[in-house]
Ligand binder design. Structure first.
Ligand code: MN
Length: 241
């Protein structure tokens, strides 16, 4: 049976069409899969497992319905939803994977990662990433009221937008050295990630061996889906109905 991989849905109230397409996907094609991997940024923001946003909660319910039917669900944190926690996993029947995780299926070993850890040219972002992953920072943040957390998340999004807009596009993509290191370290021929919103199949040569980096895209204007079965890995766009 096929395994499916998606990332960067960025579900939230301002883009109901994404939540709709994703819920349709979960109630349709996803049911044929043995496993569904969500490689981060499922949500535009997630301020804690008590996040009240109705679109995000609808997506969580649809994920729960899928896993209840027997599709194994796996989540990885993105830079937007790094606070997905145990209660979210209970809500959806899914399991959180550490970033990166090596997965073996259909005779292939593939390294799964959100992808932001490979973008080391963006130093200010990497500092922020390290901070918000500290247990102490997370405890302090989660102790705030939902309203306070939502306000801070909104400020962070605005700051992130301003930061991204002011960057040279190359600095926002993966760093070639970090990619080579990840291939070498994991001893794999294939890395699968999202985050950069540059869907495609990229060829790399590391230590004289050809390697492949497959990037799933965002769902802003259409869906992006990676299918993995005995035939290999295929990346496709899902047109919006
Ligand atoms: Mn991301």
């Amino acid at each position: 049976m096929v395994a499916l991989v998606v990332s960067d849905l960025h579900v939230d109230a301002t883009r109901p069409e994404i939540a709709q397409q994703f819920c349709d996907f979960l109630a349709g094609e996803a049911r044929t899969a043995a496993a569904l991997y969500v490689l981060g940024d499922l949500f535009e923001a997630w301020v804690g497992d008590d996040d009240p946003d109705p679109h995000r909660r609808a997506a969580a319910r649809a994920l729960g319905a899928l896993s209840a039917r027997g599709t194994a669900l796996y989540f990885m944190h993105g830079n937007r939803d790094f606070l997905l926690g145990e209660r979210f996993c209970e809500m959806t029947g899914g399991k959180l994977l550490v970033d990166p995780t090596l997965v073996e299926r259909h005779g292939r070993r593939v390294l799964l990662t959100h992808g932001d850890a490979l973008c080391i040219d963006d130093a200010p972002y990497q500092r922020l990433r390290a901070l918000v992953r500290e247990p102490r920072w997370q405890r302090q943040f989660l102790a705030l009221s939902v309203t306070q957390r939502e306000m801070l998340a909104e400020e962070a999004r605005a700051g992130s937008k301003a930061h991204t807009a002011g960057q040279i596009p190359m600095l926002m993509d993966v760093n070639a050295g970090a990619v080579a290191h990840a291939f070498r370290d994991a001893g794999v021929e294939t890395i699968l990630h999202g985050h950069t919103h540059r869907p495609g199949v990229y060829a790399h040569a590391v230590d004289g061996t050809p390697r492949t980096r497959i990037v799933t895209g965002d769902w802003y204007t259409q869906g992006s889906l990676l299918s993995w079965d005995d035939g290999g890995l295929r990346l496709e766009a899902l047109p919006r109905a």
